[in-house]
Design a protein around this ligand. Structure first.
Ligand SMILES: O=P(O)(O)OC[C@@H](O)[C@@H](O)c1c[nH]c2ccccc12
Length: 258
């Protein structure tokens, strides 16, 4: 499944590249206003931080929410105290787009994450051109050389790589890379199975000083408490925020966790 998602995202990027060349997107990336310091935003203060996600659908859960105006949702996330906004830009299974990212960028002044299946420099350049401050790199989808190359490019463009892992070997690879922000996704992107305890098992192998992010499977405040106790600095939340009524109220509840 992960291979299929990556292949689809690459095809979509190849299609976009027909109308916008690599050198055009490179020029736009360099000309864009500088990226915000996402690492600082995710480290600020002692409390738990939330990355709030704009997510319409997913292959495992199907349609989640319409989200006619992603900018409006992102403004609610910022008002609710989110440290950053994640925007799913994958089109086929998640119903996102780069236009969503640009709209969110224009609406908020907190860091914005491009959440997609990134496998090529072109996609990283597109992210920066659209105003992203953070880029997701999924270790399971990349060989070491590609991971290192994309990680370096994200940094070179002034952005922060969020390096996503799902097992001990992937954490080892993320640490070897020198990643300063490491996520543990509770969802296995090959089988879509959820394991809420995975973060707690892997967190001790993530060095101190690294931002530790627990991704997926927060359905309520008890899950935020669970991840917090296991050592999460940040939780990344999608479904619970797009389906759960007032996102500002939900965020306040999550951010009250000590
Ligand atoms: O909706 P949830 O369970 O709160 O999950 C959010 C986020 O972690 C999830 O969307 C995610 C984590 N890693 C990914 C990689 C690709 C696509 C999606 C994801």
């Amino acid at each position: 499944m992960l291979d299929g998602l990556v292949a689809g995202a690459r095809d979509d990027a190849a299609r976009r590249r027909q109308s916008r060349s690599l050198s055009d997107v490179e020029a736009a990336a360099v000309a864009a206003p500088p990226a915000l310091d996402a690492c600082a935003a995710l480290q600020r203060g002692e409390r738990i931080k939330v990355i709030a996600e704009v997510k319409r659908a997913s292959p495992s859960r199907g349609a989640l929410a319409e989200i006619p105006d992603p900018a409006d949702l992102a403004r609610s996330y910022a008002a609710g105290g989110a440290a950053a906004v994640s925007v799913l830009t994958e089109e086929r299974r998640f119903g996102g787009s780069l236009d969503d990212l640009s709209a969110v960028r224009a609406a908020v002044d907190i860091p914005v994450l491009r959440k997609d299946f990134i496998a090529e420099p072109y996609q990283v350049l597109e992210a920066r051109a659209a105003g992203a401050d953070l880029v997701l790199l999924i270790v399971a989808a990349l060989d070491d050389a590609t991971l290192a190359r994309l990680h370096a490019l994200v940094l070179e463009l002034g952005m922060t790589p969020l390096v996503e892992t799902h097992d001990a070997e992937e954490v080892r690879r993320a640490v070897a890379l020198g990643a300063s922000v490491i996520g543990v996704n509770a969802r296995d992107l090959s089988t879509f199975e959820l394991d809420r305890d995975l973060f707690g098992r892997l967190a001790p192998s993530i060095p101190d000083g690294t931002v530790r992010i627990a991704e997926s499977a927060v359905s309520g405040v008890a899950d935020v408490e669970h991840y917090r106790r296991a050592g999460a600095d940040v939780v990344l939340v999608g479904e619970a925020l797009v389906t759960g009524g007032d996102p500002v109220a939900t965020l306040h509840e999550f951010l009250a966790v000590t």
